[in-house]
Write a protein that binds this ligand. Structure first.
Ligand code: PEP
Length: 260
């Protein structure tokens, strides 16, 4: 049993209307109010709704231990960048976190490691913790290159002067996202150890937080979160269902013990 608390990040992706967001947060708040205090003592829960929902969701979670995160930010300062959102704006909207380099953005927006690196600089300068996503495709895994690929990706996605305390690395195998397929816990542990070794070698002792993402559900969350070197979970689809997401938070909380 680990003594540190476990990060659980809900990535709503491009889902949610105002009323759906209210129902989702309401469902989580109800569960929190009915015996959920032990869960939030062991799990640090972050909700990442789409940008238009940040402020209303932030208002609804104001009196709760839930935290707010964005799903992306610009690498640029506020200015003439139509359609983009500056890191400082996320901070101003109440965010403490931002997801960066999610595989869906690397695929659909063709985000390079260099682009992600520039966003990490902007996010940390604005006071946000950057959750930097990396992960291998099926082809890379079948080629036996998963560890090399993911290590190269994380090192190229972080700036030389990265702030370890404001960084979370999310290992998300692309083939696992939204498929129901997950690596075995020993594979996750091995990849997290590889990532941590690389981070320590290049950027110093940290402490580094490495979380796992890809088809996490209430039924597998406890086993994954109990894995060595797993500091938390990044949850996509299941974060849209309050019962399932809360089940994940409960399951991970049972893998943690907090000093009295
Ligand atoms: C994600 O999109 O970050 C993710 C982990 O998705 P899912 O949980 O749906 O696999």
């Amino acid at each position: 049993m680990s003594v540190s608390s476990c990060l659980v990040v809900g990535n709503w992706k491009m889902h949610g209307t105002l009323s759906e967001a209210a129902a989702l947060v309401g469902g989580l708040a109800e569960r929190l109010a009915t015996g959920g205090s032990t869960v939030v003592r062991h799990a640090e829960i972050v909700l990442c709704p789409p940008h238009p929902l940040l402020v209303p969701v932030g208002q609804r979670i104001q009196e709760t231990p839930f935290r707010l995160g964005g799903q992306d930010c610009s690498s640029a300062e506020p200015g003439p960048r139509t359609g983009e959102v500056a890191a400082a704006m996320l901070r101003d909207a109440g965010c403490g976190y931002v997801l960066l380099g999610h595989s869906e953005r690397r695929t659909h927006q063709h985000e390079s490691n260099a682009a992600v690196r520039a966003k990490v600089v902007a996010a940390q300068a604005a006071g946000l913790t950057a959750i930097v996503c990396v992960g291998e495709s099926t082809a890379v895994r079948q080629d036996g290159q998963a560890e090399r690929h993911v290590t190269d990706q994380v090192l190229a996605s972080l700036p030389a002067a990265v702030d370890a305390a404001a960084t979370v690395v999310a290992y998300e195998p692309v083939w696992s996202i939204g498929t129901g397929d997950t690596p075995g816990v020993p594979d996750i542990e091995a990849m997290h150890a590889t990532l941590r070794d690389a981070l320590v070698r290049i950027h110093g002792p940290g402490p580094w937080r490495v979380v796992y993402g890809g088809s996490v559900r209430a039924r597998n969350a406890g086993a994954i979160a109990a894995g060595g070197g797993v500091d938390g979970l990044l949850v996509g689809g299941a974060s849209l269902q309050p019962g399932e997401f809360w089940g994940i938070c409960e399951a991970v909380s049972l893998t943690r013990t907090v000093p009295p």
